[in-house]
Design a protein around this ligand. Structure first.
Ligand code: C5P
Length: 247
């Protein structure tokens, strides 16, 4: 269904209006053409799109601009982690591209996160800025090997608190962390959760999966969903089924 045109609002205000799709499709495609072809099977009313390291390295800013031209909100998932000055400039460049959301590693520290937050102020409609806390691929043993002895859940909570205190809008987290983080960070923090699988979809290589409805019930703000949609024979139908399950 076509939605009415939104007036010129900041992203946060626009999210409060009726067209605020909760699904962010992970565009895990190797090149420009495949990503663009996929975008033609969906619409900005149904979903937002996530461009990560593989696709951005291959297709670059031109693809991001093209998707934005087609009306999509783009989450630029490049997980910046560098010295504050470099991250400040990278965040500014992403904001000038017109992305809707971008992210940094909270492990870069508060000075780096604050520099990123300042960097996105270069545009009138600043994007959302969120942090990755501890990669979900890391175990307690991996942390110990790095010399970090804090229990992993406590480290996630600590980094998430530092991100919000540094002016960030929220965090990427596993849906299984959402309930705890919602309680500790409060209602205004954004929680963006991958590892989402509808009942009808294969788990693929995800181990700790949560359904779309459960993730939202646990406090997720936006759901990152890749293969259940991108590998479905009819992506629009898959999106429709997920949207219905959370409506
Ligand atoms: O296809 P699938 O739904 O598993 O895709 C999930 C997306 O979310 C991928 O782009 C993946 O890289 C990303 N992601 C994740 N787990 C994290 C962080 C990001 O699956 N902890």
């Amino acid at each position: 269904m076509a939605m009415p045109q939104l007036p010129q609002l900041g992203f946060d205000e626009a999210s409060e209006t009726m067209n605020d799709p909760k699904i962010i499709v992970a565009l895990d495609f190797p090149d420009y053409q495949q990503a663009l072809d996929f975008s033609r099977k969906t619409s900005p009313e149904q979903c937002r799109l996530k461009v990560g390291k593989e696709l951005f390295t291959s297709a670059g800013p031109a693809l991001v601009e093209k998707l934005i031209d087609r009306g999509f909100d783009v989450f630029l998932d490049l997980k910046y982690h560098d010295i504050p000055n470099t991250v400040n400039k990278a965040a500014s460049a992403a904001a000038k591209l017109g992305v809707w959301m971008l992210n940094v590693h909270a492990m870069g520290g508060t000075a780096m996160m604050q520099a990123a937050r300042e960097g996105i102020e270069v545009v009138a409609r600043r994007p959302y800025l969120i942090a990755v806390t501890v990669l979900t691929s890391m175990s307690q043993d991996d942390l110990t090997a790095l010399g970090v002895n804090m229990p992993l859940p406590r480290l996630v909570e600590r980094l998430a608190r530092q991100a919000v205190d540094s002016g960030l809008d929220g965090v990427v987290c596993s849906a299984q962390e959402a309930r705890g983080l919602r309680a500790s960070l409060g209602q205004s923090a954004l929680l963006v959760t991958p590892g989402i699988r509808p009942e009808w979809a294969a788990a693929d290589d995800q181990h700790r999966i949560v359904t779309p409805a459960q993730a939202l019930a646990d406090g997720a703000s936006y759901l990152v969903v890749g293969r259940p949609i991108t590998r479905h024979q009819d992506p629009a139908e898959a999106l429709g089924m997920i949207a219905e399950s959370i409506s």
